[in-house]
Design a protein around this ligand. Structure first.
Ligand SMILES: N[C@@H](CCC(=O)N[C@@H](CS)C(=O)NCC(=O)O)C(=O)O
Length: 206
């Protein structure tokens, strides 16, 4: 199995999953800062020019959450996705909540503060996105009261995807008012198989 990654990106989700599974994999760095994701050989793997990409024999898969789901179902005995229909539905609920309600505002903030050319950045979009994130994080903060994991009593892929996204929120200074989420995210990253936090991953590429 081969993971195309760049340390401080959504590829963290897939690295975390592979490490929790204890699966051997080859890591291939695609340096976004150097534009390596625009090279023709990489675009053959992912025409969107984005990371992460997983290659399993001749099977190529993009989209971090799809990859995490694929791996959970490939190794069902590791229990990272529940078999119970309703528990699995809850995992899917929180995966989708994370990537639509939490990640999208963070992505809008990143684009309008750093990624778009300066003349296209909109300050109003940043404050709207901060408010959108805050409203939805409040829902999760309430839900996580008295819970150790998002679904059930053990780690699932919902935790892996959410914890990375909450670390991203923390980097964006948006987690200060959410003590449950902060404590939960730090506890997930204390796991022995957790990947580097985003701040350390950024430091690792400098
Ligand atoms: N929805 C995709 C998003 C992938 C994505 O945007 N990856 C970023 C790094 S976090 C990337 O490769 N960006 C390069 C670019 O947009 O040029 C996923 O979750 O895999």
């Amino acid at each position: 199995m081969r993971l195309y990654e760049f340390a401080p990106t959504r590829s963290i989700r897939v690295r975390w999953m592979l490490q929790e599974l204890g699966v051997d994999f080859e890591a291939v760095t695609v340096n976004l800062a150097a534009g390596e994701h625009r090279r023709p050989e990489f675009l053959k793997l992912n025409p969107a020019g984005k990371l992460p990409v997983l290659v399993d024999d001749d099977f190529v898969l993009t989209e971090s959450v799809a990859i995490v789901l694929y791996l959970a179902e490939k190794y069902p005995h590791k229990g990272l996705v529940p078999t119970d229909l309703k528990q699995k539905a809850q995992v899917n609920r929180w995966l989708l909540f994370t990537v639509t309600e939490l990640e999208q505002p963070l992505w809008r903030i990143a684009r309008h503060t750093a990624l778009y050319p300066e003349h296209l950045r909109l300050a109003a979009e940043v404050s709207l996105a901060r408010q959108d994130f805050t409203d939805m994080a409040a829902v999760m903060e309430e839900y996580m009261q008295y819970r150790k994991f998002i679904v059930g009593d053990t780690l699932t892929i919902a935790d892996i995807v959410a914890a990375y996204t909450l670390d991203w929120a923390n980097e964006t200074q948006l987690l200060k008012d959410f003590p449950q989420l902060l404590e939960y995210m730090e506890r997930m990253y204390d796991r022995p198989n957790a990947p580097l936090r985003i701040a350390k991953a950024i430091a690792s590429i400098r």
